[in-house]
Design a protein around this ligand. Sequence first.
Ligand SMILES: Nc1ncnc2c1ncn2[C@@H]1O[C@H](COP(=O)(O)OP(=O)(O)OP(=O)(O)O)[C@@H](O)[C@H]1O
Length: 477
Amino acid sequence: MEKILVSIRVRPLNKQEASKGMPWKLTPNTINLTAGPSASAQTYTFDRVFGTDSKTRDIYEAHTKKIISSTVRGFNGTIFAYGQTSSGKTYTMRGSQDEPGIIPIAIQDVFRNIEAESNREFLLRVSYMEIYNEEIKDLLAPENRKLQVHESAERGIFVAGLREEIVVSPEQVLQLMDAGEAHRHIGETNMNVHSSRSHTIFRMVIESRDRGEDDPCERDSLQTSDPVRVSHLNLVDLAGSERVNKTGAEGTRLKEGTHINKSLMTLGNVINKLSEGIEKQGGHVPYRDSKLTRILQPALGGNAKTLIICNITPAMIHVDETRGTLQFASRANRVTNCAQVNEIMTDAALLKRQKKEIEELRKKLQESPSDHWEEEILNLRNELLKTELEKERMAMELQESQKAAERRIKEQQQKIENLSTMVINSAVDDRCFEKRKKKGNRRETWCARPVLNPVFEEVSHRLNSQMYLLSVTSLRA
Ligand SMILES: Nc1ncnc2c1ncn2[C@@H]1O[C@H](COP(=O)(O)OP(=O)(O)OP(=O)(O)O)[C@@H](O)[C@H]1O
């Protein structure tokens, strides 16, 4: 569900209006009446409010651009300009010599979007119609008049007998538009020298399907079995609501004005009912009360993305009409639509899509768990290898240090043995020497323990401490 978007565009004051000033205060999202006898604290809030110096390109970028790219992806889209006569609807939608309008910018953008969708092929058809005095006229084939609106399950709501031209370039579309424009009802009123006396709907039907594989055999089968997306883009320039006394309408102009006002009143009623949620409560919405609302039915509370650009005249003299436009805009802003991609599914297309989905699921089932486990296993294997290598390294180091300790012990034992032999020999020598001395010039004395050679004592002490150190080291190892 998404809201109907509403933007307000305030046209600059013209020479006659400028002297009285502008009683409206604007912010990027709000507008309120600050001067004059009917000034009030009421603030109107919208998706965007564009001031008198705004450019159509800014308005396009704000919301229209997104809607246009959605239509290329299969959503219905409608953009229309609403407002009193001479408020700038045609200026906004068609543009001027100096500033292109929403329609030419949108057409260029449709083709740009299509170019970016390289995996799809497109078929574009355009039609251009006018609702004048509640009669539908074909602007691309002016001999087609009084066309009727019908509804069918396949086509939805459509205008029977309306010419649709296949187009391949933005230039071709703009040429067709210009040709159609020449057949439009335009008249002079007190308020607008080129007043649109009719509502116009420029429609682009965008059909697309997947290009399929590179294999031409495969391509042929795809063409019959792929779903086709069909979306409608409506670019609407409404005739302006008008007051008979202000427009000075009489005769033909008066008749036109009556019809214009009647269809705009129906549009207002439809928006009222929708904003009150009447349709959701099962109530009646009077779409059939005018050709305009009947043709635009999908855009009003239906399957479409919709933007209404409400044009207002900021002059003091038009305060009442401007307030009427803002009230309509507020109600429209409360209406919700439900846009979805429009696909035409043949049985073959349905079957093919289901097969594709099953295939994708099977692939996921097969691929994703094994991918996951393979990675897990690889990680675990690496961990295991690392641990084993570390274990081996530690075992080798231990072996080495044990061997070294054993070697040192053996060496020390060898040294002790050698030294012991030396000490025994030296003790024997000493005793012989003492005996010889005794026999010589000294008296023989008794000693409780044998007096050892000081050299022996020193060596023995050192050996004992080294043996102690060795045993401690080998214990530690
Ligand atoms: N934003 C703008 N900047 C400059 N000039 C503007 C702007 N908007 C409208 N105008 C001028 O105001 C005049 C009336 O505009 P336009 O014809 O677009 O009004 P309209 O709402 O389509 O009127 P109608 O309902 O009678 O057809 C034109 O001369 C147009 O060039």
